[in-house]
Design a binder for this molecule. Structure first.
Ligand code: HAM
Length: 418
């Protein structure tokens, strides 16, 4: 039997309540902060990611689902949402709108990773991007929005980790220092880090290997090598975060896995587990729009994995609003009543009442059993007698009490019933 590909899974009806809750809180919080929804295509020109995310990143080197279409174009299933949103910003002339342009998305993403708990090949993110503003108050607002999102969901035991990794002006000198430092302790580095040392020395700071982590702890810190502008930006951001009473921590090894970041980088991590289970991350990417062919345009954003959120909601036993069950089950007896049952169920739905009807000519007992197992609050029974009198047996499924009602009373009872 064909099964879902490794690392890809189905979102089943039993998880509908959790997913609907997360999506609705995402939209609610987005609107509170002035974001509007955007959805980009599932596939993009491969160049968007090689240029945008960075040739040296794990995503581009090892994780993209890239294919040639029948027209010979190289396309890639989106591994992340920021570059596509920036592409859309430019393509639709959003630089002519009042800035910053604030966009959010709820999208599926694809990365060829080694599947494990919380890490999939097909997954979903709630992400948001604020494009066209350099003010550190916007960084504070974006960080606050991500924090308030988890708060509104009711997920606790998280912490907010922050760093600044500088800009074009200050980063080259810092990278040189970092390279020098790690070159002197090459013997202790893992194979991956040895390879990354020349190409992407920042990534050595967040290697998961214990020996590399030990070395990273003593490495030069980006915050000590910021240019005056980056330093002022970072100081201002920290003041804003404190004035918003957001409980952030500075982590000098936080660098993030995508190459487009400048200045602010931040993550939201669970208090107990390691960075493998980071629930969300983001930062500034002041050169990305330019890299994609636009004018210099500062921007920043954040994204959080939906599967990881649902996981945390369940682990922390957060109660989510249930999906409304069917309110009324319309059972019927004898062929002449079948049409009336169809009509009554349709009428109830027109009134906004979730209704199901007996199907397949089941016995009354089987229909009531089904009404029960589907969680219907009421059942109404139509038989030949009822067709003549218009009086319908109306049963409260919670206590099996039954009485006869006319249709208007039935509607009233269903609407007002608990
Ligand atoms: P990212 O750190 O690659 O950043 O992903 C953000 C979040 O997506 C992660 O913290 C995690 O919750 C979730 N995630 C990532 N990969 C997987 C996976 N394989 N399986 C399940 N969940 C995963 C970005 O994607 C940036 N575009 C974020 C951003 C927006 N930066 C600025 N704007």
């Amino acid at each position: 039997m064909i099964q879902a590909p490794r690392g890809a899974s189905d979102i089943l009806p039993e998880d509908e309540a959790h997913w609907t809750f997360v999506e609705s809180v995402a939209a609610e919080v987005s609107h509170l902060y002035g974001y509007r929804r955007i959805e980009t295509p599932v596939f993009e020109d491969t160049g968007l990611f090689t240029r945008g995310v960075g040739e040296e990143t794990d995503i581009v080197q090892k994780e993209m689902y890239t294919f040639q279409d029948r027209g010979g174009n190289s396309l890639t299933l989106r591994p992340e949402g920021t570059a596509p949103v920036c592409r859309a910003y430019l393509e639709h002339g959003m630089q002519n709108l009042p800035q910053p342009v604030k966009l959010f998305y709820l999208s599926s993403l694809y990365r060829y990773e080694r599947p494990q708990a919380g890490r999939y090949r097909a997954f979903h993110q709630f992400g948001f991007e604020a494009i066209g503003e350099a003010d550190p108050a916007l960084d504070a607002e974006v960080i606050d929005m991500s924090w308030q999102f988890y708060r509104k969901l009711g997920i606790g035991a998280l912490h907010l980790v922050l760093n600044s990794i500088g800009c074009k002006v200050c980063r080259p000198a810092y990278l040189a220092k970092l390279r020098d430092y790690f070159q002197n302790c090459q013997g202790g580095l893992c194979q991956d880090c040895k390879g990354r040392l020349e190409r992407n020395p920042l990534r050595l700071l967040d290697c998961k290997n214990e020996a590399c982590q030990g070395l990273a702890a003593g490495a030069p810190r980006s915050v000590d090598h910021l240019c005056p502008e980056c330093s002022a930006h970072f100081e201002q951001l920290k003041r804003h975060l404190s004035s918003l009473e957001l409980p952030f921590e500075i982590n000098n090894c936080l660098v993030r896995g995508l190459d487009y970041y400048t200045r602010t980088v931040f993550e939201v991590q669970p208090e107990i587990e390691g960075s493998q289970s980071t629930v969300g991350g983001g930062g500034r990417y002041d050169y990305l729009i330019e890299e994609l062919g636009g004018k210099p345009t500062p921007a920043l954003g954040f994204a959080t994995g939906m599967e990881r959120i649902v996981d945390n909601l369940k682990k922390q036993n957060v109660a989510v609003p249930p999906v409304p069950p069917a309110r009324v089950y319309v059972a019927w007896l004898g062929e002449p009543a079948a049409e009336s049952a169809l009509q009554l169920a349709a009428r109830l739905r027109l009134e906004g009442i979730p209704a199901l009807q007996g199907l397949g000519g089941k016995s009354l007992k089987a229909q009531l059993r089904q009404a029960n197992s589907l969680g219907a609050r009421y059942a109404v029974i139509i038989g030949e007698e009822e067709l003549k009198t218009g009086l319908l047996p109306f049963r409260d499924m919670t206590n099996s009490e039954q009485h006869l009602v006319h249709l208007p009373e039935l509607l009233e009872a269903v609407r007002s019933g608990k």
